[in-house]
Design a protein around this ligand. Structure first.
Ligand code: ASP
Length: 329
C-alpha cells in the first residue's frame, strides 16, 4: 500500500513538473521570394534544405539543453549568416554602389528589450552586434560607423568587406545594374533573401531575430524592415514572436511583426489567423510581398507567405521536424 502511495506521489510530481513546462520550439526562415519549383537544381535544393535543417537543429539543441530562446535564435542565425547561400552576413546582396550593407535586430519577449543595427559593413555577424546593442547599451538601434565603433568596444569579430562577396550575388548586382541603366524596374528575382529565427525556451520565454543584406541594388544608406522592431522583428511573451522577410518598405509601413502580435494579444486571434490576416489581407492589398514566421507563447507555429516560396524550417518538442522551400508543402 505504502509502495503504491509513494509511486503515485512520484508519478504526480513528475507529471506536474512536465505539465508546468512549455514545449520548446524553434522556427527559422531563409527568405521569401520568387522561389518557383525548377529554379534550383536537385543538388542546390538539397543543399538549401540541409542548411536550413542544420541551423534549425543548432537552435533546437540550445533549447534542449535548457538554454534560452535568445541563445537559440543567435545560434540559428549566426549559422545562416555564415552560409553564403543566404542573404545575410556572407552572401549578402550588393547595394547600387557594389557594397554590402548589413542590417539585423533581436528582441527578448520576456523583457521587451531589443537591439538593432543598420548599414554595417565590417562586422562578421550583425546579429551578435544587435544583441550587444540590446544587452550592453542603453539604446535600441545603432547605425553605420557608430555601430561599428560600438562593435569594436564590444570585442566583436571584424572582417574585410570583401569577406561578404559571393560570385552569385555579384552577378545579380551586375544584372540589376544593366537593368537600371536601361531604366527597367527590377524583377522579383532581385528581391529578398534574409534570415530569421523565433524560439520558445523551457522557461516559456520567446525571442525573435532577423538579419539581412537587404535588397539587391538598394541605394546605399537604404534601411529595410529587418532591423526595425515592430516591422521585421517582434517578440512578446504575452502574444508571439515574429521574424519577417520580403519587400521591406511595405513591411515598415504595415508594421507587420507588431501587428501580428497585437492581433493575438488584443484580438485574441490564433497566431495562424493573425499572420494570415496580415499577409493575405493587408500585405496583399499593396504591391509588397514576402512572408513571416510566427511562434506563439503556447508553441503554435505559422509561416504564411504570398511569394512563390519561402525557405523555412521548424522543430517543436514532440512533433516531427519540418523543412520546406516552396508553397503547399
Ligand atoms: N526585408 C528585407 C529588406 O527589405 C529583404 C528580405 O527580406 O529579403 O531589406
Amino acid at each position: 500500500m505504502k509502495f503504491i502511495a509513494l509511486a503515485a506521489a512520484a508519478w504526480c510530481a513528475a507529471f506536474s513538473a512536465f505539465a508546468a513546462n512549455d514545449p520548446i520550439a524553434i522556427v527559422i526562415h531563409g527568405g521569401a521570394g520568387a522561389l518557383e519549383r525548377g529554379r534550383y537544381t536537385a543538388e542546390e535544393e538539397a543543399a538549401h534544405l540541409k542548411a536550413l535543417e542544420e541551423a534549425r537543429d543548432a537552435g533546437y539543441a540550445v533549447l534542449e539543453k535548457g538554454g534560452t530562446s535568445l541563445d537559440a535564435v543567435v545560434a540559428a542565425i549566426t549559422r545562416l549568416e555564415d552560409d553564403p547561400k543566404f542573404n545575410a552576413g556572407k552572401g549578402a546582396v550588393f547595394t547600387s554602389e557594389g557594397t554590402n550593407e548589413l542590417d539585423a535586430s533581436i528582441m527578448d519577449g520576456a523583457s521587451l528589450n531589443a537591439g538593432a543595427v543598420a548599414g554595417v559593413t565590417r562586422v562578421k555577424n550583425p546579429i551578435l552586434l544587435a544583441r550587444a546593442v540590446m544587452e550592453s547599451s542603453v539604446h535600441v538601434m545603432m547605425a553605420r560607423e557608430g555601430a561599428e565603433t560600438f562593435a569594436e568596444e564590444q570585442g566583436l569579430e571584424f572582417v574585410d568587406p570583401k569577406y561578404f562577396y559571393t560570385e552569385r550575388r555579384w552577378k545579380s548586382f551586375k544584372r540589376a545594374q544593366e537593368k537600371a541603366k536601361k531604366g527597367a524596374s527590377l524583377p522579383a528575382e532581385f528581391k529578398y533573401g534574409t534570415v530569421g529565427a523565433v524560439a520558445l525556451d523551457r522557461a516559456g520565454n520567446l525571442a525573435a531575430g532577423t538579419s539581412t543584406g537587404g535588397m539587391t541594388y538598394k541605394r546605399w544608406g537604404r534601411v529595410g524592415d529587418s532591423p526595425i522592431i515592430g516591422a521585421g522583428t517582434y517578440a512578446d511573451n504575452k502574444s508571439c514572436g515574429v521574424s519577417a522577410t520580403g519587400w521591406g518598405e511595405y513591411f515598415i509601413r504595415l508594421t507587420i511583426a507588431r501587428d501580428i502580435c497585437a492581433q493575438v494579444e488584443y484580438g485574441g486571434k490564433s497566431v495562424e489567423d493573425a499572420a494570415n490576416d496580415v499577409i493575405f489581407n493587408r500585405l496583399d492589398k499593396t504591391e509588397g510581398d514576402g512572408g513571416v514566421i510566427v511562434l506563439g507563447a503556447d508553441g503554435d507555429i505559422a509561416a504564411p507567405f504570398n511569394t512563390a516560396g519561402m525557405f523555412r524550417a521548424w522543430r517543436k518538442e514532440g512533433e516531427t521536424p519540418f523543412v520546406a522551400i516552396y508553397g503547399e508543402e
